[in-house]
Design a protein around this ligand. Structure first.
Ligand code: SAH
Length: 251
């Protein structure tokens, strides 16, 4: 069934009124009619199955037939501090990391990042948020990962006390495996992934001083976007979020 994240005030009791992108999707893209069912989510952890009773040009209306908890959210909160990358690669990383279960994205600008911070327009951020929202809808998540404002690497390091664990995968680390670093568990993890040219040694030591542990993703040098996907995968796997499951939300 099609899923849509909507603002919570579009749901009033049993009635749901949709406009904007979801309404357009339903009427124009999916060509749905009254009687069809979709799922709407307000990001609170609940999902609502609704039956459409009016598919108009300006508004789509439905009635709630079932309210249930959304079950696909990981318990662990993974924040990906990802260097800005060339357009397609960055967007691909956002989409894939959302599917896997990242909770938050923070674009960062590192010494070797080739995209200037000021290139990230409001329009681009809105596009990224759309990519994340669509990926979250498609894979059945109960919340849309947040996309924070892009910031310099040094600023990001100052935020590390917020997390249970901060890890910086880089190619100079040989012995500390990512999964081993999470053996004691963690509820919130920050992951740093560098640009195509990698982190500078100075950046790695500054990260260490700020409390981030250097880790390896194995002996092959991965492209940055691949490294992001692998790091999120290994993190959620280490924390038991990528295996057998039962309905587990809210927790
Ligand atoms: N030529 C660069 C490689 C950059 S790869 C260098 O020498 O550093 C882009 C990013 O992906 C890196 O900054 C790092 O965060 C991550 N990465 C890629 N492969 C990795 C690996 N095998 N172990 C740890 N991190 C890796």
């Amino acid at each position: 069934m099609q899923r849509f994240f909507i603002p919570s005030d579009w749901i009033a009791g049993d009635t749901v009124r949709l406009s904007g992108v979801p309404a357009h999707q339903i009427r124009v893209v999916l060509r749905m009619h009254a009687g069809a069912r979709v799922i709407v989510l307000d990001g609170s952890g609940w999902e609502y199955e609704i039956e459409l009773n009016e598919v108009g040009a300006r508004e789509v209306r439905g009635v709630v037939v079932e309210k249930r908890s959304a079950t696909a959210e990981p318990r662990a909160q993974v924040t990906v501090y990802l260097s800005l990358l060339k357009k397609d690669r960055f967007e691909w990383a956002l989409q894939k990391c959302t599917e896997i279960g990242a909770a938050q994205f923070v674009p960062i600008h590192c010494t070797r990042t080739v995209i200037p911070l000021q290139n990230v327009s409001e329009k681009k951020r809105a596009r990224w948020q759309r990519i994340i929202t669509e990926a979250a809808e498609q894979c059945g998540r109960g919340r849309v990962p947040s996309l924070e404002a892009p910031r310099p690497f040094a600023e990001a390091l100052a935020e590390l006390p917020r997390y249970d664990r901060a890890l910086i995968p880089w190619v100079g680390e040989r012995t500390e495996a990512l999964s081993a670093a999470l053996a004691d568990g963690a509820r919130s993890v920050a992951l740093f992934v560098g640009p195509e040219g990698g982190f500078t040694p100075q950046e790695v030591s500054a990260a260490n001083e700020a409390g981030a542990l250097g880790v390896t993703l194995g002996p092959r040098v991965l492209r940055a976007e691949t490294a992001a996907v692998v790091a999120v995968t290994l993190t959620l796997a280490a924390l038991g979020e990528l295996g057998a499951f039962e309905e587990h939300f809210p927790r």
